[in-house]
Write a new protein. Structure first.
Length: 335
């Protein structure tokens, strides 16, 4: 691969990482484990599905990248797809995901459909051996929104402006964010290169941080706490040194001015551990978190922070000894 192509793809990650925030992992870049198309002619061939208002934020940024070729657009309302195709000079238009996958080849599906469509569309694309970049959430239900395996990505210097539309949860993601897990369980983040992201490298966050309580309460089965996640063997450096926007606010709440390569908000669901017998103000000592709920952050040379945000940082610590645990690696996707 030519050096300038490598730089271009890294620049693409830098400029678009903020688009994929979710109630799962962000960026929501899901990779087909085997058989995915190689990038042809130095360009990533993109198919965009969902041609409503959100696509109006994605398509202009995709079109200006010299190593991106948007080859198709798709929408169940075919007139919307035709309008976007005409607007951005995209040569192929499809009315549904099945016809799109059977049509002109592409490497990466960008999914900006409505939320109920995210999981079935993502699943079909992965089964067809396409990579997927999905708007939030990756999946709509608790059952479908767990166990993402995020690996072999490069997120460097992701410090550009967030161009997501105001009101969208993606708009709330601070510039300088590498990756984060938001209120999702049993995900694995490993073998990524995450460097130079000014707000945070990898963050493990509860839904409380989103400040969107009404949305969280809308689904009685929605669990606000990220549990059983496994972050390991990543190459991290120079993350969290100059947080901005909400990341700066969070740091200030616990009395610090910088975050870290790996940051956990430290908010624990005491109800799962103590039932009604716990004292909320006392918090849950990390040593008492059951293994199935414990997030594991084995030392891979990254810096670490447990913010204890629930108690305004009263017990914040860089000590990761309790979290030096292991989880079974997630199985590869079988296609």
């Amino acid at each position: 691969m030519k050096t300038n192509e490598t730089i271009a793809r890294r620049q693409f990650l830098k400029e678009t990482a903020l688009l994929g925030a979710a109630a799962g992992i962000a960026p929501n870049l899901l990779s087909a484990e085997s058989g995915a198309s190689p990038f042809k002619g130095g360009k990533i061939r993109v198919g965009e599905i969902g041609c409503g208002s959100v696509s109006g934020s994605y398509l202009p940024n995709l079109m200006k990248q010299p190593f991106i070729e948007v080859v198709s657009v798709c929408d169940i309302k075919i007139e919307r797809a035709k309008k976007r195709a005409e607007q951005y000079k995209v040569p192929n238009v499809y009315p549904n995901i099945d016809e799109m996958l059977a049509g002109v080849p592409f490497d990466l599906l960008v999914n900006t459909t409505s939320m109920p469509s995210h999981f079935p569309v993502n699943k079909k694309a992965l089964q067809a051996k396409r990579h997927v970049w999905s708007e939030k959430p990756i999946a709509l239900t608790v059952k479908d929104g767990k166990r993402a395996n995020i690996h072999d990505n490069v997120v460097e210097n992701n410090n550009g402006m967030n161009f997501a539309a105001t009101g969208n949860i993606v708009h709330d993601v601070p510039p300088g964010t590498g990756m984060f897990v938001l209120a999702s369980d049993r995900n694995e983040i490993h073998d990524n290169k995450v460097m130079g992201n000014q707000s945070v490298g990898v963050a493990i966050l509860s839904w409380f941080v989103a400040l969107r309580d009404p949305e969280g309460h809308a689904d009685p089965e929605f669990d606000w706490y990220p549990e059983g996640n496994f972050v390991h063997d990543n190459e991290m450096k120079d993350n969290g040194k100059d947080p901005v926007d909400r990341a700066k606010l969070i740091a200030g709440l616990v009395g610090i001015d910088a975050l870290s390569d790996v940051t956990w908000d430290g908010i624990v669901d005491g109800g799962k551990i103590y039932g009604d017998a716990g004292t909320p103000d006392a918090g849950v000592p990390a040593s008492e978190i059951p293994s199935q709920l414990l997030n594991c952050f084995p030392d891979d040379g990254s810096t670490f922070l447990n913010l204890d945000l629930e108690h305004n940082g009263r017990a914040k610590t860089q000590d990761r000894s309790v979290f030096e645990c292991q989880k079974p690696s997630l199985s590869p996707i079988k296609l």
